[in-house]
Design a protein around this ligand. Sequence first.
Ligand code: I3P
Length: 126
Amino acid sequence: KWPQLMDGQMPVLKEGSLNRTKITENGKRLRKNWSSSHVVLTELLLLFFKDAKSFAAGISGQGRPEISIDLNGAVIDKGDKVSSRKNVYIVSTVLGTQILIQNDCAQLAHEWQVAIQSAINNLPAC
Ligand code: I3P
């Protein structure tokens, strides 16, 4: 798998399927385009792959993430104000990217919020 190529530098904390859409890039608003994604949480990065197969393919194949979020300085909040969907969370980065993540199962979505918040909290302050 892709992170294992990094020689154990990037252990996977959590992975699974979520709906996602990018709503802001470099501070600029984008048109929503919800799609399902294979999401991989590491200590430093939140990665969005097209699907599990793409994640398993490895970086030398078709395994590049579609979106890579730097968790340093990132914030995760409830996203109910920015979507009509249920169980939406919004991840905002220092560089002005915002991603919505969502799942119809409230518990599953909440577990992602907890895991992402915990990864953010565990990053060194400086
Ligand atoms: C958007 C689409 C999104 C919806 C968004 C709509 O329309 O229906 O699913 O976001 O609402 O604008 P279009 O396909 O024409 O771009 P949610 O599903 O998150 O509510 P919004 O404009 O209120 O963000």
